[in-house]
Design a protein around this ligand. Structure first.
Ligand code: BEZ
Length: 239
């Protein structure tokens, strides 16, 4: 395979742990100042390739259906594409009036959808990936915490619709990790056992392997404990 050098401008992508890049934008819900307007809340900032396209339409119907569930978990949704405001408005009206997907219909998108014809915001967040498309944003998902820090990032290509159960699971898992000072194992869902941080001293390692009613240790470095689903949601939903 021949490798050709690309002369595309390489834009920095915010990384996990970085302060979320700031911007002001026009949206379908009025102007926003990001992330200042969202301090104290989690935000899912996500991009889609274009209005009036089928995969994006299926995603917006799904996100609109789930919006209240995300809001209850102290999380606001903010969408973006490289389209203008009037295109956004026309598309969202069409979705509400005409499109049914997976049994969901008459879905009203109440969260802001950013117009970004200039690509200024998309470029700041590395949402334009020129070898995938020079004119459309890929399907990026940025999880930004209540302090304005980027906590997780997911990127999908244009053709692949996102899994919204996974987006919600990731949000709740990070909130659980923060609230209970634990980690979450593969495929974790609320109600499953959580991981206790590894022992930092030989003494603690020994202690963990001997008696501890709360912990179940497979080995000194691999200890889990129970965390009831109700306990998780009581903590998260009270915020
Ligand atoms: C879509 O949303 O259907 C789509 C958008 C861009 C490229 C491919 C599919």
């Amino acid at each position: 395979m021949e490798i050709t050098e690309t002369k595309e401008q390489i834009t920095a992508i915010p990384r996990i742990g970085d302060v979320a890049p700031t911007f002001e934008a026009v949206t379908t819900q009025g102007n926003i100042n990001f992330p200042a307007d969202y301090v104290g809340k989690w935000v899912i900032l996500f991009s889609h390739p274009a209005d009036f396209t089928p995969v994006c339409t299926s995603e917006f119907i799904t996100f609109a259906h789930l919006e209240e569930k995300f809001n209850k978990a102290n999380c606001q949704l903010v969408g973006l594409s490289i389209d203008g405001l009037y295109s956004h408005i026309a598309w969202l009206r069409t979705i509400k009036d005409k499109i049914e997907f997976n049994g969901m219909k008459n879905m009203e998108v109440k969260f802001p959808l950013i117009e970004d014809i200039s690509m200024e915001v998309a470029k700041k967040y590395g949402m334009v990936q020129p070898n995938e498309s020079k004119t459309q944003a890929v399907r990026a998902v940025f999880f930004i915490d209540p302090n304005g820090i980027v906590r997780a990032i997911i990127y999908y290509p244009l053709s692949l619709g996102r899994n919204f159960d996974e987006i919600y699971r990731a949000l709740i898992a990070m909130q659980t990790a923060d609230a209970f000072k634990v980690a979450t194992p593969a495929d974790w869902n609320p109600g499953d056992d959580v991981i206790v941080s590894p022992a930092g001293t030989c003494g603690v390692a020994e202690e963990r392997m001997n008696s501890n009613d709360e912990l179940e240790c497979k080995d000194w470095f691999f200890c889990t404990k129970k965390l009831e689903k109700d306990t998780v949601f009581d903590e998260i939903l009270k915020k």
